[in-house]
Design a protein around this ligand. Sequence first.
Ligand SMILES: Cc1cc2nc3c(=O)[nH]c(=O)nc-3n(C[C@H](O)[C@H](O)[C@H](O)COP(=O)(O)OP(=O)(O)OC[C@H]3O[C@@H](n4cnc5c(N)ncnc54)[C@H](O)[C@@H]3O)c2cc1C
Length: 263
Amino acid sequence: MNIIVLLKQVPNTTEVKLDPKTGNLIREGIESIVNPDDLHAIEAAVALKEKDGAKITALSMGPPQAIDALSEAMGMGVDESILLSDKAFAGADTWATSFTLGKAIEKIGEFDLILCGRQAIDGDTAQIGPQVAECLGIPQVSYVFEIEEIEKNGIIVKRRIEEGFERIRTSMPALLTVIGEMNTPRYPVVSNLLDACREKAPIKVWNAADIGVTTSEVGLEGSFTNVIKTFAPKSGRAGEVLEGDTKTQVKTLIGKLKENLLV
Ligand SMILES: Cc1cc2nc3c(=O)[nH]c(=O)nc-3n(C[C@H](O)[C@H](O)[C@H](O)COP(=O)(O)OP(=O)(O)OC[C@H]3O[C@@H](n4cnc5c(N)ncnc54)[C@H](O)[C@@H]3O)c2cc1C
């Protein structure tokens, strides 16, 4: 079985700070990590490889430093990694990102399963998985927390819904977006990490020409949406921390509520 895992390198924070003048994300001093949901996608792929045998390819679009995220994936048991990196990809909206990933997947060739995270903690749209599936014209199941069975030509999975779960059978190739409930990601193995660093298992870097796209189809030029303004909402209300032990705090709180005619 050939599995492709999509992974994104993200800043290690959910508290996104923006430069008030430019509206750009302030990345200085913030460590980069593999998007948390994507670690669960890698773990699910490696578990399938251990069970039935598989070749796993990790694919990421990002700046050159995203190679660190792919190295971590190699450490966890991914066989091959590809970084899509080109100035032409910069400023991509979710459509342009999905289109670029889709084109790279077409170049990779045969695959049975694409696994990706449900959502990235920075962009937060949860659009990439479903859009990549649409670009490739394959079925998709989102919110997957269990791969129950791989059949001859299909797969049975469980997806989380508000009231419980749905059990879905779909044909393959298919794309699954996975959630954190799925598994516990393993730590990278040092010898695998060293192999990635020593270029025993080199990480390939592809640019726009490598995947056969023109600059007008990708990045900012290929994006249908444009961010006009980005800003962090200001909180209009000031908080107050009540001093003293719990009894005093409760007494003060009730006093304040009465004062404001709330009780
Ligand atoms: C108009 C516009 C302009 C933008 N300009 C920029 C910009 O200049 N620079 C910039 O950095 N971002 C930019 N972005 C953000 C960028 O488009 C998104 O970060 C990107 O499309 C991924 O969306 P997301 O983070 O919401 O991922 P989600 O859809 O929440 O991610 C779901 C899953 O998809 C996979 N995935 C997501 N992104 C990637 C990726 N890059 N490679 C591989 N797998 C991935 C992962 O498995 C992830 O868990 C822009 C967005 C918009 C709308």
